[in-house]
Design a protein around this ligand. Structure first.
Ligand SMILES: Cc1cc2nc3c(=O)[nH]c(=O)nc-3n(C[C@H](O)[C@H](O)[C@H](O)COP(=O)(O)O)c2cc1C
Length: 175
């Protein structure tokens, strides 16, 4: 089947954990975040905040405290996607921010792929032992919770997309 550019990007996206040297401009990173901000959110609250990191020392510091984000040491940049619990739909005790920020994250991953870069979603929330050090390193205020950390870099080419299509997971009309 002929695929349009959007579908090609969706099917080509993969977690990239192996990077080579290079540079990603701040302008490109801002464009990537702009794609994140284009995501849907409950009642259009847009409770997201994004920390763009290019400083190699901070990337290394994050890699050191996060057991599943070691690749960040070799990434060109990183984005921490955070939620403002005060700005989400239904108030600070709801969990809409997680869904809203997850939608933004997928947009970011697709934008990264479309630009020829590579990235991986590394989990922070709901693990207190990952959230806490990131809050401290990035000086996040109390109402801002980091959902994930996305190292971004120039892909080495060894990470490949998977075919995950499974017709057994599709149900027609009713279960
Ligand atoms: C909520 C969530 C948390 C994840 N956490 C991590 C993580 O901490 N470290 C990591 O290397 N990959 C992490 N991943 C990436 C998954 O391992 C990856 O998406 C999955 O293996 C499928 O591979 P693909 O992204 O290449 O399609 C996470 C993905 C999601 C959606």
């Amino acid at each position: 089947m002929d695929l349009n550019e959007t579908l090609k990007t969706i099917f080509e996206r993969k977690s990239v954990r192996n990077f080579i040297d290079g540079n990603i401009s701040y302008t490109k990173l801002e464009l990537i975040v702009k794609a994140g901000m284009a995501a849907p959110s409950a009642v259009d609250k847009r409770p997201w905040e994004f920390i763009i990191i290019k400083d190699k020392n901070i990337l290394k510091e994050l890699a050191e405290v996060l057991p599943y984000a070691k690749m960040a040491e070799f990434a060109q940049a990183g984005i921490v996607v955070c939620g403002d619990i005060n700005r989400q739909h239904n108030g600070k005790n709801s969990s809409y921010w997680v869904q809203d920020c997850s939608a933004a994250t997928e947009n970011i991953l697709l934008a990264v792929e479309s630009l020829g870069y590579g990235a991986v979603w590394t989990a922070l929330f709901p693990y207190p032992d990952r959230v806490k050090p990131v809050v401290e390193i990035l000086n996040l205020p109390n109402h801002i919770i980091p959902l994930n950390f996305i190292p971004i870099g120039i892909p080495s080419g060894i990470d490949l997309p998977k075919d995950k299509f499974n017709p057994k997971q599709i149900h027609r009309e009713k279960w």
